[in-house]
Design a protein around this ligand. Structure first.
Ligand SMILES: Cc1cc2nc3c(=O)[nH]c(=O)nc-3n(C[C@H](O)[C@H](O)[C@H](O)COP(=O)(O)O)c2cc1C
Length: 330
C-alpha cells in the first residue's frame, strides 16, 4: 500500500505530521514520534514577542555600556555561553536534523516584517526543510479594515519570499470574509502551502479576581469539521499544498481530511493526550480501512470527496443547513 504524499514539494512517507507543540523541544520525544510513523515534524514556534524583547534587552545592555568611559566600556562583556532564544532555536533545528531522518519544518510566530527576516534566514541556514509562518493576529482595532488585515499577511509573505528560498507555509485563521480568495492571493505571492486552521486560544475571566486569564483546552475530533469543509472547497481550485490542522485525533479524522483533499494532517492535542505511539495506532487503522475499502494509495483517496469531485458540489457550502437544524430532536 502506498501511503506517500507530497507536501511543500517534499516527498513524505505518509500524511501524519505532528504540528507545532512542545513535543519537538525534546530530542527523545521527537525520535519517538519519528519511530511511531511521523513523516515530518513541525517544530514549536519561535515567537516574535520573545525575540523582540530579547533584542531590545540586548540593545539596552550594549548601549548602557557605551557611555563614554573608555575603561568602563566592555566592563560587562556578554558571557560567551549566553544563548538567546534564537540561538537556542537554531541549535534545536540543528540537533533535530542530526538525530532524525524526516524533514523538519521550523515555525515562526509573529506578524510584522521588521527584523523578522533575519531570523528566517538563520532558520534556513540552520537546515530547516521548510518554514511555517503562524500569523497569530487578532484584528481588535476597530479602525482596521479587512483589506488592511489581509495586506498584513501579504506584506509579510512578500518580504519573506524575497529572502527565503525554502518552502513557506502559512498557518491561517479561519476569520477572513473570503478564506478561499485570500488563499489564492497568497498563492499568487509565492506561498507553497497553507495550514488550516490556526487555533486561537480564547481568554476567559476569573470569577475570583475578575481578571482576563488565558484558557488552554485540548481539541476534540469535532473541531476537524471546520478545516475539512475549507479543504474540500479549496481542493482543485488552488495549486498549493493543503495541511489540515485542528481536531485530528483518529484514523477516521485523517481519512476524512484526505478525502476532502488534504496533503497532510497535523496532530497536536491527540499526541499530547496519548503520546507519540498514537501515530502508529492511527497508521494501522488507516491501512486497515484502506484495505477494506480497496484503496491502494493515499493519492487515490486524496480529494475524492472534495467539492470538485462531490456528487453534490453545494454540500460543502450550505451543508443542508436547514435540514441539519430541523433534524435536531429535543
Ligand atoms: C500546548 C500547545 C502548544 C502549542 N504550541 C504551538 C506553537 O509553538 N506554534 C504553533 O504554531 N502552534 C502551536 N500550538 C497549536 C498546535 O500546533 C495546533 O495547531 C492546535 O493545537 C490545533 O491542533 P490540535 O487540534 O491537533 O491540537 C500549540 C498547541 C498546544 C496545545
Amino acid at each position: 500500500m502506498d501511503l506517500t504524499t507530497e507536501y511543500l514539494g517534499l516527498k513524505l512517507a505518509n500524511p501524519l505530521v505532528p504540528s507545532a507543540s512542545p513535543l519537538s523541544r525534546n530530542l527523545d520525544t521527537s525520535k519517538k514520534l519519528e519511530d511511531a510513523g511521523a513523516s515530518a515534524l513541525v517544530m514549536y514556534s519561535l515567537f516574535e514577542e520573545e525575540v523582540r524583547e530579547e533584542d531590545s534587552l540586548m540593545e539596552d545592555f550594549m548601549f548602557s555600556q557605551d557611555i563614554g568611559h573608555s575603561e568602563a566600556d566592555g566592563y560587562l562583556p556578554v558571557s560567551e555561553g549566553y544563548q538567546t532564544k534564537t540561538d537556542e532555536y537554531l541549535a534545536q533545528i540543528f540537533s533535530l536534523k542530526q538525530s532524525l531522518d524526516i524533514p523538519i519544518i521550523a515555525s515562526l510566530n509573529g506578524v510584522t516584517t521588521g527584523g523578522w527576516i533575519d531570523h528566517a534566514l538563520e532558520i534556513e541556514q540552520a537546515g530547516a526543510d521548510a518554514l511555517e509562518l503562524n500569523v497569530y493576529y487578532i484584528a481588535a482595532d476597530i479602525e482596521q479594515s479587512g483589506t488592511e488585515v489581509e495586506q498584513l499577511y501579504l506584506d509579510l509573505l512578500i518580504e519573506m519570499r524575497k529572502h527565503i528560498s525554502i518552502p513557506l507555509v502559512m498557518k491561517l485563521s479561519p476569520f477572513f470574509s473570503s478564506v478561499a480568495n485570500t488563499i489564492r492571493d497568497l498563492q499568487h505571492h509565492g506561498v507553497n502551502g497553507v495550514s488550516l486552521f490556526n487555533r486561537f486560544y480564547q481568554p476567559g475571566i476569573s470569577l475570583e479576581t475578575l481578571e482576563v486569564i488565558p484558557e488552554l483546552h485540548l481539541s476534540t475530533s469535532q473541531e476537524s469539521l471546520l478545516a475539512m469543509r475549507w479543504i474540500g472547497i479549496l481542493y482543485g481550485q488552488v495549486e498549493l499544498s493543503l495541511a489540515a490542522t485542528g481536531g485530528i485525533h483518529s484514523a477516521k479524522d485523517v481519512i476524512r481530511m484526505l478525502l476532502s483533499g488534504a496533503d497532510v494532517t497535523h496532530l497536536c492535542s491527540a499526541l499530547l493526550k496519548n503520546g507519540p505511539d498514537h501515530l502508529a495506532i492511527i497508521l494501522t487503522q488507516m491501512k486497515a480501512w484502506m484495505e477494506q475499502n480497496e484503496y491502494d494509495s493515499v493519492s487515490q483517496l486524496k480529494g475524492s470527496a472534495s467539492k470538485v469531485h462531490s456528487v453534490d458540489p453545494t454540500a460543502f457550502e450550505r451543508c443542508n443547513y436547514m435540514q441539519v437544524l430541523h433534524s435536531y430532536k429535543a
